[in-house]
Design a protein. Structure first.
Lengths: 297, 268
């Protein structure tokens, strides 16, 4: 039997990859603006969990899909769950894939579900051999079910564990290598984690194997002051911080240009603010492309 | 520690923060401590789960805060989440057991109509998210009645349709509580009546609506929803009342788009 990596060969994320552009997260309050203004965006991202069932959200997504490429960024598969995946959840996502044909499908290297509850958060995993095997198994099951490779995102975390046996970047590289999944590199999450756990975010990115990365996420974080210390929280509720833009530039130099998403979920601003952030990302991406062209000349 | 046990302990830590698993280390001992206490680090997840979900539910179920205030709503919902956390990643379905929880929740004892009001809210939310099945039209019904033996006409209801009965005036109470004119209107009675209120919740297009029904309409629709054929359902209603106007009933509910158009059987 072919290996998981052979069953779902990873797409080649070359510079001429179709939606090699900047996209934004599509959220309910912006439906009408998107339809009326038809802003110049490479693509839109949605959480498929918001479109299970029918009604007004699916109605608007159908209309918007006529004008834009979309990606599915799942938040509920619980790829790191020791109890396996929920077949009903997979079925609902597959149904949406068949209707909306997203160019990308992703979820996180985290867990949410035990055998008796599904918590509404992306919870951290101890980075052990058992966790690696659990993720490998669940990712392979998901990819077999969807008959396509998925991208797996590095989460934001606020605790780390004595049981950790490897750094997160090693776990992600090994997942991509053994299952054929791609990686979704969230620069904001790397920055947040680096601050919260005290490591170098530039070193983290330099250890990621570029050929595995199929998408980058950017978002804004919040700060929680605790005594004399500060914990960074991945709230997706602010503009992208200058240090995360810097890290994004570094990521592009290491990886090359890949589709990039501006995420904003809480305290959603007008669409124009997301467009400004998308424009900044496009400019950094363009600068990277120009530099690469000059180097080749 | 095996991953399954680790995740179980983590869940207990988040939903019952004071819990220390018997016979093993407390979950916090598994976390790396530094200048920021582990409890503060775990609080980020507790906030995300408890505050995030209770805020979302409070938004979906505004009658709770409208009756008891924001603090009452958040406290009630947080306790409910800890006791009955979501069972799937589809949060739109979450909360089905909330009315029963409220019925046994001591601080809500003075609000005996709240469980039924929350049931109504939950059905409205469910209707908003229900599958996009097709409604039966007037001409579809004509064709159905011509093609089938009259006693074998089945009128299944669309997935967005639900029915509720309550001894409280839940239709008027919800409208009053969520009205911007609250305080200037006459408050509906909150005393249980000897006659139940019957409510139909449905989604004709993209937005859910609800209305009151007569007892006959309610029982007829209830029977249709249970899969009873029209003739048998009607005969039960006619036992109670002889002047039931079937034509008006069908016309009104076809206009509400509550009957489902049958999906053709691919084997036929």
């Amino acid at each position: 039997m072919p290996s998981a990596a052979d069953r779902h060969p990873r797409p080649v994320y070359s510079a001429d990859y179709l939606p090699n552009l900047v996209g934004i997260g599509l959220r309910g309050p912006h439906y009408r603006d998107i339809l009326e203004q038809k802003p110049d965006l490479g693509w839109l991202e949605v959480h498929p969990e918001n479109y299970f069932g029918g009604g007004i959200h699916r109605h608007f997504l159908s209309q918007i899909r006529a004008d834009y490429e979309i990606s599915f960024h799942a938040v509920g598969m619980s790829l790191g769950s020791a109890h396996g995946l929920d077949p009903d959840h997979l079925h609902k996502i597959k149904e949406l894939i068949d209707i909306f044909e997203p160019f990308q499908l992703s979820d996180h290297a985290s867990w949410s579900a035990t055998g008796n509850a599904h918590l509404n958060d992306l919870l951290p995993l101890p980075y052990t051999q058992e966790t690696l095997e659990t993720l490998q198994q669940n990712i392979s099951i998901a990819q077999d079910y969807f008959a396509r490779p998925i991208l797996v995102e590095n989460p934001s975390t606020y605790v780390s564990f004595h049981a950790d046996e490897m750094p997160e970047y090693e776990l992600l590289n090994r997942l991509a290598e053994t299952t054929g999944c791609g990686l979704l590199l969230d620069c904001n999450n790397i920055f947040v984690q680096a601050h919260n756990h005290g490591f170098d975010p530039y070193h983290y990115i330099s250890q990621i194997k570029p050929q595995y990365v199929g998408e980058i996420h950017l978002a804004g974080y919040s700060e929680r002051v605790i005594g004399t210390e500060t914990l960074l929280i991945d709230t997706h509720s602010k503009r992208i911080k200058p240090e995360v833009w810097e890290l994004y530039g570094h990521a592009l130099r290491h990886i090359g240009t890949v589709p990039t998403l501006i995420e904003w979920d809480l305290d959603l601003p007008p669409l124009s603010v997301l467009m400004e952030e998308a424009k900044t990302a496009s400019e950094i991406m363009q600068h990277r492309t120009n530099t690469l062209t000059e180097d080749r000349l | 520690m095996k991953l399954a046990l680790f995740q179980q302990h983590f869940q207990e830590e988040l939903l019952t923060p004071s819990a220390a698993p018997a016979g093993g280390p407390g979950f916090r001992d598994l976390c790396i401590a530094d200048n920021i206490p582990v409890s503060e680090r775990l609080r980020v997840y507790q906030d995300n789960i408890l505050h995030g979900l209770s805020a979302k539910m409070s938004e979906r179920l505004p009658v709770i805060a409208a009756l008891g205030g924001d603090d009452f709503a958040l406290c009630l919902l947080r306790q409910y989440i800890c006791q009955s956390p979501p069972q799937s990643g589809c949060l739109a379905d979450y909360g089905r057991t909330l009315p029963d929880f409220i019925a046994g929740y001591a601080p809500a004892a003075a609000l005996p109509y709240l469980p039924d009001l929350v049931k109504l809210e939950l059905e409205i939310c469910a209707a908003e998210q229900a599958a996009d099945d097709l409604p039966l039209s007037h001409s579809d019904l004509d064709m159905l009645q011509q093609n089938a033996e009259s006693e074998l006409v089945y009128l299944p209801l669309r997935t967005s349709v639900s029915l509720l009965s309550s001894p409280y005036q839940i239709y008027e109470l919800r409208a009053y509580l969520l009205s911007s004119a609250q305080g200037t209107e006459v408050q509906p009675s909150i005393v249980p009546s000897t006659k139940d209120t019957y409510v139909l919740i449905y989604r004709p297009f993209l937005k859910a609506e609800y209305c009151t029904l007569s007892p006959e309409e309610y029982f007829l629709l209830h029977a249709l929803k249970e899969g009873v054929c029209l003739n048998d359902a009607l005969s039960k209603v006619l036992v109670a009342t002889l002047d039931f106007d079937l034509a008006s009933f069908l016309s009104a509910n076809l206009n509400r788009r509550i009957f489902a158009r049958a999906v053709p059987n691919s084997e036929e």
